[in-house]
Ligand binder design. Structure first.
Ligand code: SF4
Length: 372
């Protein structure tokens, strides 16, 4: 362990968010630098048992309340229902889970056939986040996704058929070879599907990815940054025109469908992560687990947990996390620290709050880096 030692004394606070990391995928996407491995049933079974053990170990620190659970990855929809059931049972045993809990599971089209979706629904999952990324088949191939746009549309209708009222579609903006026309077609499909929640991310280039190799070879065919910025602003106008609340830089929700779990991150609230690489924020500390699968499994087997490092949470985090929300942060929390951004037209005052301007959103990473 590095940094500050985690101490586990009694905490009093609001309900926790619980994050469960599932690090398996069918195949590596071209842009992805997450630490994921390919799905093998025996390894996934061992991993699910380690997750259960890690959750049981946490139980020794008291039975705390929780009101959101998020299965992220990776591709959590690759889990078989029995594995998900054992993890959820352990969570219910270890935490006081509220009756109106939001339980999200990330899924890829093609990995969530109706039978599995029904089984997950009956186990208590009530929100699905579907990695659609694009409705253009050529773009999906360039991203090395395992599905086509038809699979995404079929997945949405089967989610509705089995009773998921609440679901998100992930889309990526700035895909190699993306054109004005293909992006507009994406928006058209999104409007037709009327998903309760949408996440629109701008593609980022990470070293070590297939896309990065293409970039070095000069064959990535990435749209110009200015073009992507225009598409982003056009998307914001289009979706807000359809009645979506643009509540966070990349996130849009129909009324009441904001993701409660992710809001905990942006509100600087407390959450506990289980699984390799997962992060936690609790009792004024941020701590994180082993990132390598075998070490994670060995450590959980030996000690029941796999914390690899920790540090004291910084007050500035509250500001830059809060500024991700379009409602911004209270003026009193940032006074004296952000005046230069007002002058540059990147932040604005609205009543007693401060928020990013449209221009500010486009350079938000630079602003947050300066705030840290
Ligand atoms: S499915 Fe998601 S986590 Fe897996 S490789 Fe693709 S982008 Fe990465």
């Amino acid at each position: 362990m590095t940094g500050t030692q985690v101490t586990w004394d009694k905490v009093v606070g609001t309900a926790l968010g619980l994050y469960i990391h599932i690090p398996f995928c069918e195949k590596k996407c071209s842009y992805c630098d997450f630490r994921t491995g390919s799905y093998e049933p025996a390894v996934a079974g061992r991993y699910a048992r380690a997750l259960v053990r890690e959750v049981e170990t946490f139980r020794a620190r008291g039975r705390h309340s929780a009101d959101t659970v998020f299965f992220g990855g990776g591709t959590p929809s690759l889990l078989i229902p029995a594995q998900l059931e054992s993890i959820l049972a352990a969570l219910h045993e270890a935490f006081e889970i509220s009756a109106d809990v939001e339980i999200t599971l990330e899924a890829n089209p093609g990995t969530l056939e109706p039978e599995k979706a029904r089984a997950f629904r009956s186990l208590g999952v009530n929100r699905i986040s579907l990695g659609v990324q694009s409705f253009d088949d050529a773009e999906l191939r360039r991203l090395r996704r395992t599905h086509d746009s038809g699979a995404a549309r079929r997945a949405v209708s089967s989610l509705r058929r089995v009773g998921f009222q609440n679901f998100n579609l992930d889309l990526i903006l700035g895909v190699p070879g993306q054109t004005d026309q293909s992006w507009r077609n994406n928006l058209k499909q999104v409007a037709e599907l009327a998903a309760p929640h949408l996440s629109v991310y701008m593609l980022e280039l990470h070293e070590g990815t297939h896309l990065f190799s293409d970039y070095l070879r000069g064959t990535a065919n990435l749209p110009a940054e200015d073009q992507v910025a225009d598409w982003y602003l056009e998307t914001v106008d289009f979706l807000t025109g359809l009645g979506y609340n643009h509540y966070e830089i990349s996130n849009f929700a129909l009324p009441g469908r904001e993701c409660r779990h992710n809001l905990k991150y942006w509100n600087n609230e407390e959450y506990i992560g289980f699984g390799l690489s997962s992060h936690s924020h609790w009792r004024g500390l941020r701590f994180w687990n082993e990132p390598a699968l075998l070490r994670y499994l060995e450590r959980v087997k030996a000690t029941g947990e796999a914390v690899a490092g920790s540090e004291v949470a910084q007050p500035s985090e509250r500001i830059f996390l809060g500024l991700r929300k379009t409602e911004g942060v209270p003026l009193r929390e940032v006074e004296g620290r952000v005046e230069r951004f007002f002058e540059a037209g990147l932040l604005e005052r609205v009543g007693d709050r401060v928020r990013l301007t449209r221009r500010g959103i486009l350079v938000s990473n630079e602003i947050f880096a300066q705030l840290v």
